[in-house]
Structure formats: C-alpha cells, structure tokens
Design a protein around this ligand. Structure first.
Ligand SMILES: C[S@@+](CC[C@H](N)C(=O)[O-])C[C@H]1O[C@@H](n2cnc3c(N)ncnc32)[C@H](O)[C@@H]1O
Length: 280
C-alpha cells in the first residue's frame, strides 16, 4: 500500500465537515447565495452554463452532485436541461433541509432529490454502475481520503460515465520561501474550512490508478473579463477571519483552480483496452 493510502486510511475522511456546514451555511448563503463556490463569474449563471458544457451534462442523464450545498447548482442544471435527473448529496442536515425547501420552491421535486450522506460511501447510497456523471463542485477538497472518494465515484458510474471535479489545489513554486508560505496558508484554509486542499499530482495519480481514462485537467476556461476575482471569498474571509488579505504587499496566492474530467472505461475486457486510444 502506498504511503499516501496508509496516511489517508488512518483518518476519518469527512472529519468535521458536517458540523462545519451545519454551523455556517447561513453565513455562506448570506455571502455566496445558493451557489457556494469561490471560483465563479460575475454573473454566476454564466459559470454554471460553463459547468454544463465542461462536465458534458445533457438532458436525459442521471447524475450525482456529490457535495451539493443547498442544491443551487443542481436546481439550475435541472432547469436548463429538462430531462436531467439529479441525486444531490450533502453531509450536512442543515443543508439538506434548506435544499429541500429550495427544490420545492422551484417545483423540481421529481427531478432533484437530496440525500443526506457521505460521498465516500456513494455505493451505499446509490446503485452501482448506474450514473452518467458524478460531479464535485468545490466539494472534493473537503475529503481527507481522496483515493476513497474517487473509488466511490467510480463504482456508481456506468461504464462510459464520467467523473468531473472542480476544485482548488495547492500552488507550486520554485522559491522555497514562497512554497513554505503557500503551504502555511493552505493549512490555515484547511483548519478554517474543514478542508484538505488537494495535491494535483496525488489526485491525478489516484484517478489513473482507479482505472479512469483522463479526458482533461485544466484551469476553468473563463474569460478574464468575466472572472469574479475572488472578491466574494475575500468578503467571506472577512466574515470568518481565515486567510484574510490585509495587504497585497508580499502577498502569496496559495492555490490554483483546476477542473478534471475522467471517464470510466466504456469497455470491460482487457482485450478491448486499445480502443481507448481511438477517437479521442
Ligand atoms: C463549498 S460547498 C459547495 C456546494 C455546492 N457544490 C455548490 O456549488 O453550491 C461544499 C459542499 O460539499 C459537501 N461535502 C463535503 N464533504 C462531503 C462528504 N464527505 N459527503 C457529502 N457532502 C460533502 C458539503 O456539505 C457542502 O455542501
């Protein structure tokens, strides 16, 4: 077993997350509205439209939104794609209750269903080999066992189904002092938000080891003029007092945002493996 796997196994993969969101969801709603994502566009629906394209969401799919918040994105996707069905999953009871209210307000009960549960245990919550997509929208980074979260998504995806992750990852620098500063700020984020900012190399490796075919890893392709510049998270950081930016002098930006799309192989036999190199 790899050292990473051993370290991950020793921890509760969701430690503190439910308590964190039960206590803070009202504050999140106050600053973020129904879409609890730091990386977004000035007009948040533009970012959700971008997500529909990037995650290749389509009408008639059946998908899991792993870490759904108050189902803001799920309701938006269901409204845009008339026959899409979404299983929205959150670990927070408070979010589940608020999500149910919002779904009822929008009359989407037949298309968006909220399950209270841990995304590390998706096969206990949903049937295996059944879903077209499992999406994690700034929720994956809460996992303290990312290998397990990836395995859990793999099991419930259909052959040919896709995993989509959008999240923040530890930035890298050649400058030793800067890297120490980056690591320190990431630790503050982890403590402040019950997070575990990911290492892109480890996540990439876990996705490949699981057997996924990588479609892409890239920064979200957002036009700079539309980018929200994280001012919303600064407002939030002022509320929480975590990694607050008091001055830009000597400031080190600690993270990179990436989106990842990976496919569960559509074939089952090793003899068909070579097919994956075709038409891609
Ligand atoms: C930053 S919020 C993003 C919410 C939502 N994706 C959105 O865009 O509005 C992170 C979400 O991940 C959920 N989450 C974190 N760890 C989880 C876990 N182990 N199982 C289920 N949900 C989890 C939290 O409850 C919260 O809803």
């Amino acid at each position: 077993m790899s050292i990473l796997k051993q370290k991950e196994k020793q921890r509760n993969p969701s430690e503190g997350v439910a308590e964190f969101y039960n206590a803070t969801t009202d504050k999140f709603l106050q600053v973020y509205g129904e879409v609890i994502q730091a990386f977004r566009t000035n007009n948040v629906s533009d970012y959700l439209d971008y997500t529909i394209n990037s995650a290749q969401l389509q009408s008639r799919q059946h998908i899991i939104d792993a870490g759904c918040g108050v189902a803001g994105p799920a309701c938006y996707f269901a409204t845009q794609l008339p026959e899409l069905k979404i299983e929205a999953c959150t670990i927070s009871e408070v979010q589940q209750a608020k999500a149910n209210e919002k779904i009822a307000e929008k009359n989407l009960q037949s298309r968006v269903r909220v399950t209270l549960g841990d995304y590390h245990k998706l096969p206990d919550l949903f049937p295996e080999n059944s879903f077209d997509r499992v999406i994690f929208l700034e929720s994956f980074g809460h996992s303290k066992n990312k290998t397990l979260a990836i395995e859990s998504a793999y099991k419930v995806l259909k052959p040919g189904g896709k995993l989509y992750i959008k999240d923040l990852f530890v930035r890298e620098s050649n400058n030793e002092w800067e890297q120490l500063r980056i690591n320190h700020i990431c630790e503050q984020i982890n403590e402040g938000y019950a997070y575990e900012v990911g290492d892109i190399h480890q996540v990439f490796s876990a996705i490949r080891r699981q057997g996924f075919i990588l479609n892409f890893i890239r920064p979200p392709q957002v036009d700079l003029s539309q980018f929200e510049h994280l001012s919303i998270s600064n407002e939030f950081q002022n509320l929480f007092n975590v990694s607050k930016i008091d001055s830009w002098d000597g400031y080190v930006f600690p993270i990179d945002f990436y989106e990842i799309l990976a496919e569960k192989p559509p074939f089952t036999s090793a003899a068909e493996m070579h097919l994956y190199y075709m038409n891609r």
